[in-house]
Design a protein around this ligand. Structure first.
Ligand code: NAD
Length: 495
């Protein structure tokens, strides 16, 4: 689709080259797509200093009226809209996902930014006015400071836009480390911010590995908060490192969502939702509906229909506008997904469909795995418990509502779950008992920008999106004011 892209880091409003580079080739056809700077502690230090300077000079960004920041973010949004097709193409190529989903991702990212810009006008504060005539309390919100943002490869734009515009709206400055596999769109949107008039140093991007750049960023004394999206294993390491310096953290980690389908559901809608939930983004999705919990009396027919629908899923190259499913991110990850499929077979689950890599002429140069469904899955099996991050669905049956809830909650994760029933009482009661940050009722992966997102248990700490998401990027300060006494009687005037 495009020529090889060659990037430096984006620091203090300029491109800064390094001697080493990291190459990214297409996971769909092996073609070289981009070279990114292979950075070290030195570039991290430069970027943090630029962000620190921009933050500490209050006239640059952090102490501007919220309205001014809102307007700057809105100008940036116009440029993102202008460049939607370009950004979507890059995203499709580097992740391996079909272009229509990359376009949807870009548009959703812009929607998140629009809402964040609106919130910059109205960051809440409190007044304590009943502490006595001589006292006044002000509870104010200040931007947290310099934020390190570390993002994964599956949704490079959305995972960033759940953080960046909210932190900007709050008045923070940032240093971003995108995944070394998918850094192009992050670098592009940072350069667009300059074009929109967002001051130099407010957004900085340093590319490279987690072990060099990620570690240098999380340990840097100039960083006030780490906002991380990625695996639970790396999230735990970041939380431990942050604790050494008492840095604030926001963690958006892995998941193992269930779709619970009750016999009284709209079955056609549920089949659509379960199918979409397990194949979206090739299953490389933190809220992927990777477990189907299905009421026993409808299980055979439901799974039979799902298998037929799965056979019709259209796999395609990133430029295929009709494709439903693309390539997995890299070979090692594909091997991991195939390893989980093998473990399902070894542990006695029944393979209903798929279960293999696609190796024909069109897909053989890439890392494509067919949509795969296992039935007869028990909670002891690895495919029930662990995050697979591929197009693999594990089906387990239940007989009672209590059993469905217990199965859904039988996981260390708690990011999202879906449930399907026409009984509104049951829907609300079950939603209350599910231990996850999001519950989708009669839909899956659908939401609106006003609603916060985040995880229970090992799926994370904190929330993104909505006002809750913005407030994570603020610090609360109480200002207690002692007022001078007002004389109650007017001074006696001689008349
Ligand atoms: P990952 O944890 O391997 O990497 C994420 C980022 O962390 C990358 O930029 C990586 O370079 C960096 N990193 C790696 N080691 C580091 C270290 N020691 N210190 C600092 N940074 C380091 O995750 P991934 O494979 O890129 O993404 C997939 C994971 O992300 C899945 O577990 C998925 O569930 C999760 N995810 C969660 C959400 C959410 O919102 N909860 C969204 C998308 C993805």
């Amino acid at each position: 689709m495009t020529d090889v892209r060659d990037y430096g880091n984006w620091i203090d409003g300029s491109w800064v080259k390094t001697s080493g580079t990291v190459e990214r080739s297409s996971p769909a056809n092996g073609k070289l797509l981009a070279r990114f700077a292979d950075s070290s502690e030195k570039e991290v230090d430069l970027a943090v200093k630029a962000a620190r300077k921009a933050f500490d000079d209050r006239s640059v960004w952090s102490a501007l009226p919220g309205a001014e920041r809102a307007k700057a973010i809105s100008r940036w949004i116009e440029l993102l809209v202008r460049d939607t097709d370009k950004l979507a193409k890059m995203e499709a190529e580097e992740v391996g996902k079909p272009i229509r989903f990359a376009r949807g991702e870009t548009e959703w990212s812009i929607e998140l930014a629009r809402y964040a810009a609106a919130l910059a006008w109205q960051i809440p504060s409190d007044l304590v006015s009943n502490a006595g005539d001589a006292n006044l309390g002000l509870v104010i919100r200040e931007p947290r400071g310099v934020i390190a943002m570390i993002t994964p490869w599956n949704f490079p734009l959305v995972t960033l836009f759940q953080k960046l515009p909210y932190a900007l709206a709050a008045g923070c400055t940032v240093v971003i480390k995108p995944s070394e596999l998918t850094s192009s769109t992050t670098l592009e949107i940072a350069a667009l911010a300059k074009e929109a008039g967002i001051p130099d140093g407010v957004i900085n991007v340093v590319t490279g590995s987690g072990s060099a750049v990620g570690e240098a960023l999380t340990g840097h004394r100039g960083i006030d908060m780490i906002s991380f999206t990625g695996s639970t294993a790396v999230g735990k390491r970041i939380a431990a490192r942050a604790a050494e310096q008492m840095k604030r953290v926001g963690l958006e980690l892995g998941g193992k969502a269930a779709n619970i389908v009750f016999a009284d559901a709209d079955i056609d809608a549920a089949i659509d939702g379960v199918l979409f939930g397990y194949i979206l983004n090739q299953g490389e999705e933190c809220v992927q509906g990777t477990r189907l919990l299905i009421e026993e009396k409808i299980a055979d027919e439901f799974v039979g229909n799902l298998v037929e629908r799965s056979k019709k899923i259209r796999t395609g190259l990133p430029e295929d506008d009709q494709a439903d499913l693309g390539a997995l991110i890299h070979e090692k990850h594909m091997e991991k997904v195939l390893g989980y499929i093998q473990s399902g077979l070894d542990e006695g689950a029944r393979l209903e469909v798929g279960g293999k890599r696609l190796t024909d002429a069109t897909f053989g140069k890439g890392f494509f795995v067919a949509p795969t469904i296992f039935s007869g899955v028990t909670p002891a099996m690895k495919i029930f418990r662990e995050e697979i991050f591929g197009p693999v669905l594990a089906v387990t049956t239940f007989k009672t509502v209590d059993e469905a809830i217990a199965l859904a909650n039988d996981t260390n994760y708690g990011l999202g779950n879906g449930l399907w029933t026409k009984d509104i009482d049951k829907a609300i009661q079950v939603s209350r008992e599910l231990k996850s940050g999001t519950v989708y009722v009669n839909t899956f992966l659908e939401t609106t920008v006003q609603m916060p997102f985040g995880g229970y248990k090992e799926s994370g700490i904190g929330r993104e999106n909505g006002m809750d998401g913005l407030l994570e990027f603020t610090e609360v300060k109480s200002v207690f004011v002692k007022l001078g006494k007002r004389a109650h009687a007017l001074p006696h005037t001689a008349g």
